[in-house]
Design a protein around this ligand. Structure first.
Ligand SMILES: Nc1ncnc2c1ncn2[C@@H]1O[C@H](COP(=O)(O)OP(=O)(O)O)[C@@H](O)[C@H]1O
Ligand SMILES: [Mg+2]
Length: 320
């Protein structure tokens, strides 16, 4: 096997367990590549050369951002190797993954695209860094964040805490917010969420359960863990619609889904990512509420084929 046809893959042990490694090896072989598991505990040079690095280092990057010394050192090693090997194809580039896992920068990037001309939007949002209620009120007002709203941890990866979210219904409950977080207006969507999985220029969409409709009220803050709500087969009581909700079934328009996938791929400079979309009940507009690096791809037909197509295209454009 030629040395420039080796693909290094790194993901956590837990994720590796879920991967069909045999199938990955076969598909890589069909495209003329050899694949191997990269070890971050020993030097990358000693495991090279390789021409492609596919990784899911989101948790390492998030922990490094939070100051974890071991993760900072690992990341420095990987980034040094990447800069010393400029022809290495990295899926996806670490600076771009950094932007996606910071919810504030992620929403800002979506906001800066032209998606709003196609009735696609990201709900109003702002960061909250203080516990001073008057300052919080002011920040919510200038960002047009409306009640109810969700508070999501700033980093969308890195620990269980990253998925602990609350819904605030009134000013009295502002004291419940734990900062730093991103506040984002709640969009009613009849408890139905669409996940778009993107792999290079291919994408697919699956429907998942989501939160029921809510209005501003004097009710108490709701705390939840996102992994209990929107996984396949989740049956959270927070997803049960009220009897008076009249559900209008809306099928997402494939043209708009395609537009979201291609626009965000370019805007984020990422090939492997997932987008959570809900359809706003009152307007039928598409709200992008979350973007994740290297999602699970459950239900994505022939994911490895899509990945290898993407790698092959990148290799041939890099040669020209
Ligand atoms: N702006 C929003 N309006 C309504 N529901 C939302 C909104 N944002 C998130 N949700 C609900 O909360 C869940 C978790 O939020 P999300 O931002 O996707 O967090 P995570 O990064 O943990 O997946 C979503 O799957 C959806 O059900
Ligand atoms: Mg999500």
């Amino acid at each position: 096997m030629s040395p420039n046809k080796r693909i290094a893959v790194w993901m956590s042990e837990k994720k590796i367990q879920k991967v069909n490694w045999q199938e990955l090896e076969t598909v890589c072989g069909n495209y003329g590549f050899e694949v191997f598991k990269l070890c971050l505990k020993s030097s990358l040079e000693s495991q090279g050369p390789f021409c492609v690095l596919v990784h899911k280092m989101t948790d390492i990057i998030a922990s490094a951002n939070l100051g974890d010394v071991r993760c900072i050192a690992i990341l420095q090693d990987v980034e040094r190797y990447i800069s010393q090997n400029p022809t290495l194809i990295v899926i996806d580039p670490i600076p771009n993954v950094r932007k996606i896992i910071d919810r504030y920068s992620c929403y800002s990037i979506i906001h800066s695209t032209n998606l709003c001309t196609y009735e696609v939007f990201t709900p109003n949002f702002c960061t909250l860094e203080t516990n001073d209620v008057e300052t919080i009120k002011h920040q919510l007002r200038i960002a047009h964040v409306t009640y109810p709203f969700l508070c999501k941890p700033l980093l969308g990866h890195g620990s269980r805490k990253a998925h602990q979210i609350c819904i605030i219904f009134n000013e009295r409950s502002l004291i419940d917010i734990s900062t730093p977080c991103v506040a984002q207006s709640f969009i009613n969507h009849d408890a139905s969420l669409f996940k778009i999985y993107v792999a290079g220029d291919k994408h697919c969409m699956v429907e998942r359960p989501s939160l029921k409709n809510y209005q501003a009220s004097d009710r108490e803050t709701i705390y939840f863990d996102s992994s209990d709500v929107s996984k396949a087969g989740s049956k959270s009581r927070l997803s049960v619609l009220d009897p008076e909700d009249v559900v209008e079934r809306r099928e997402p328009d494939e043209k708009i889904i395609n537009l979201i996938a291609t626009t965000l791929r370019k805007a984020f400079g990422m090939d492997l990512f997932g987008v959570d979309v809900v359809i706003e009940k009152s307007t039928g507009k598409y709200a992008i509420i979350d973007v994740n690096a290297y999602p699970g791809y459950d239900g994505f037909p022939n994911f490895y084929e899509a990945l290898l197509e993407c790698i092959s295209k990148k290799m041939s454009t890099d040669l020209t």
